[in-house]
Write a protein that binds this ligand. Structure first.
Ligand code: ATP
Ligand code: MG
Length: 430
């Protein structure tokens, strides 16, 4: 029988690349907690209705990409693997009355998302996002804080060649008027639009601006700009966002054709693109969603958020650096029944003292174990054979200098402070 493989569009994240993921996660945690954001973990599946109502039925995500199935409940019940993070966070806010604490809720999340898409580099069916949501403020400062955190995160990770695209999609009324103007402009070209866009003309015409089809893009070039349809209030909000971005030194590129894939956006919409990613260039996407919380049954709560695609981010990191390898203190070599038992005990005790110890379990010849010790990245080998087991000692061999000494196991455990100093000294010298 053939071996079972992963499903198309999913992949294993192997130990050889996990260093990137851990690095991103630890930098993100640090940056988010400095700005008073708290992590929230919501379920990976939810009632299908949450996404239909939250993301919008006319979107590609809901219409074509969701993993939706009935679970085993009676009567039948439709559930969906989450395709994005915001709807679940909003549901959690409402269900747990987090807004009752008053003030602004600053939340972030990380985890897998699921969309039935056409897999290619930087586009998977199970992918990962890290995202944040600021809920309860309509101040343009919230928009700019959110954007600044995204750019700080990407810059701290060392990414270059990033571009921030910025737009405002106004409020619902602005968009209604713009929608009419857009349909009026596009209708004479209907036959020249790509098939998807033709269908969107009546259902979701703003999405046509985001078409990847060349001819449709050419036609969209001369379409009316949403920025000409913003009410004075929407305009004022957007202008303040731009001023504040400039004031804190974040440059941006106005893109009136930027519309996001999910229906819930209002006012500020933005994307961070990289020139180094080929066709899946968007690393981060987000915007304001002032009506979503109310639409999902909560109190009026203006909000803004973004999500970064971690696979794309890590593709960029891989171009910059090799993954970090965890440092190990000791590699434990042993051979012979008594020695092996003592080595297990000594390794356990050293770990309890805070040292990292890799125990060779092979029972193979000393030479082979030493070779693996050399490759392990450990600072020193601890060696136990019959003779050491007999008299309760261990051989400590520093791998860089080749220096070695026999030492009583009890003494080794008694001078852990000194050992730690030696290890730190070596680590700093590298
Ligand atoms: P795209 O236009 O690339 O399909 P999107 O507008 O659908 O992106 P969002 O829903 O805003 O994306 O998600 C935010 C980010 O999550 C994207 O900018 C991207 O980095 C990442 N992302 C979205 N879909 C996928 C996917 N199928 N595989 C990998 N990453 C993804
Ligand atoms: Mg998409």
């Amino acid at each position: 029988m053939g071996a079972i493989k992963t499903l198309r569009g999913t992949r294993d994240i192997l130990p050889s690349e996990i260093g990137y993921w851990q690095q991103v996660e630890s930098v993100a945690r640090e940056i988010l907690s400095r700005a008073a954001y708290q992590e929230i973990r919501t379920p990976i599946f939810e009632r299908t209705e949450l996404f239909e109502r939250g993301i919008g039925e006319a979107t590609d995500v809901v219409g074509k990409e969701m993993y939706t199935f009935n679970d085993r409940a009676t009567p039948p019940r439709s559930v969906t693997l989450r395709p994005e993070g915001t709807a679940g966070v909003v549901r959690a806010l409402i269900e747990n009355s987090l807004y009752a604490q008053g003030g602004v809720q600053r939340l972030w999340y990380i985890g897998p998302m699921f969309r039935y898409e056409n897999p290619q580099a930087g586009r998977q069916r199970q992918f990962h996002q890290i995202g944040l949501e600021v809920m309860g403020s309509n101040s343009p400062r919230a928009d700019v804080e959110a954007i600044a955190i995204a750019t700080d995160l990407l810059q701290t990770l060392g990414l270059k060649n990033l571009r921030l695209d910025l737009n405002s999609v106004g409020n619902n009324e602005d968009r209604q008027q713009y929608r009419e103007a857009l349909v009026e402009y596009l209708t004479p070209y209907k036959d020249e639009l790509d098939a998807d866009s033709q269908e969107r003309l009546s259902r979701n015409p703003l999405r046509i601006l985001d078409s990847k089809d060349k001819r449709t893009q050419e036609i969209a070039e001369d379409a009316p700009s949403i920025l000409d349809y913003l009410s004075s209030q929407s305009k004022a909000h957007f202008e303040t966002v731009q001023q504040l971005l400039t004031a804190i030194g974040i440059s941006y590129h106005l893109n009136p054709r930027l519309v996001r894939g999910l229906d819930y956006y209002t006012h500020t919409a933005f994307e961070i693109q990289s020139d180094d990613l080929g066709s899946q260039a968007t690393v981060c996407g987000g915007g304001r969603y002032d009506v979503l919380v109310a639409e999902l049954g909560g109190p009026d709560t203006p909000a803004i958020g973004w999500a970064i695609g971690l696979e794309r981010l890590i593709l960029l990191l891989q171009q910059l650096q090799t993954p970090s390898v965890p440092k190990r203190d000791f590699y434990m070599v042993s051979r012979g029944e008594r020695a092996e038992a003592q080595a297990l005990e000594l390794a356990t005790k050293l770990r309890r003292c805070g040292f990292s110890v890799e125990l060779d379990l092979s029972g193979s010849a000393f030479g082979k174990q030493f070779k693996r010790g050399d490759r392990s990245g450990a600072a020193a080998c601890l060696v136990l054979g019959d003779a050491e087991a007999e008299n309760g000692t261990v051989n400590l061999k520093w791998l860089q200098s080749g220096e070695q000494q026999a030492i009583a196991q009890t003494e080794l455990l008694a001078k852990t402070d000194e050992l730690r100093q030696q290890l730190d000294h070596l680590a700093n010298a590298i």
